[in-house]
Design a protein around this ligand. Sequence first.
Ligand code: BGC
Length: 404
Amino acid sequence: MFFQKNFYWGASTSSHQVEGNNHNDWTEWEKGVARQKSQLALARQMKGNVWPEFILKNYPSPLEEENYISGETCDHYNRFKEDFDIAKTLGHNAHRFSIEWSRIEPEEGKFDAKEIEHYREVIRALREREMEPFVTLWHWTLPLWVRDLGGWENRKTVDYFVRYCRKLAEEFKNEVTFFITLNEPSLWASNAYRTGNFPPAKKNLLVFNQVFWNLHRGHARAYRAMKEINQNFSVGITQNTGEIRSSLPLANFYYHLNTFFLKTIQDVMDFVGLDYYRGVPVGKKTHETSDLGWEIHPEGLYRVLKRLARYQKPIFILENGIADAADTKRAHYIVDHTAQISRALVEEIDVRGYFYWSLLDNFEWGDGFWPRFGLVEVDYETQGRKIRESALEYKKVIDSQKPD
Ligand code: BGC
């Protein structure tokens, strides 16, 4: 393989998915949809045996209401030090996490100093373990007051978001270099305003368009505000640009949308943040799939990297992972995807880091807890952690790249 000495190896998480006890637009939404989701899952299972026994026996299973309510999730808010200890033993030298806006600014314009200190401790804990923090400022959840004012539909939210980003940039100007303003903005907007999978679940193309541009403005203005505070910040977004090899109109739509977003922010991004999970199905499934039915297609990553080289910016793969409760596919998923990165590196494509999604099993949004993405298995009844075999295989990949 062909990785540089200072290549970042790590894993990613996001606040709502791992922290526990949040109070935001998602926690409210979950309460309203959990029962219906569990009933639908039961109906699906009775019709077609969608989930194998080994998934149904894990707690919570897709058939239970608890599956769809984030609640305590992994209690990472209290256990981050022990979780970072695990990441350290797994050889990671970087870690991506997100700051929860609803904790920092629970009421309009009132920043919570205690919560800011909490995240300062998180950053310190990473630094103490020699892990570089990659900090996401918005990973899909909104404070309730922002939701009540219309969320990203409201142009004012751009101002609120920029104020929040500026505040954190001031607070952490000497402690953090890498910031991700928005996680997968166009994919989020599609789920929230086209397909109705995410709150506020409106299906309205006009509103979708408004939201798309507000997210765009949010990033561009936050970028400029943050760079004024510290020129040395490296600021970008993540985008799931996918690989296009599909005749399906929806897949093409996502491809164009995500690519378009990235193209239009070229002047206000210091790196390209890529989230890559899967190949896009071409009619009949031809590849092995994950527990979520996503096609495993490592070569697609290489092709996407080649395409992204045109931006002439450093590329970070900020998410790449698989839902695999039995842990039979994850090891080769990681080995095969990282091999595709080294293929790109040989061609001098400037990839600087790889972050597996996710360090821990966590709350997988609308699907809830049953999809198991973690390098570390979480027992949701006891909060016990267990390192999966595949995490050790990932460590071997990392170790094989370390200078002697
Ligand atoms: C999101 C994560 C999510 C993952 C797997 C990404 O699009 O950023 O929050 O868990 O996909 O679905």
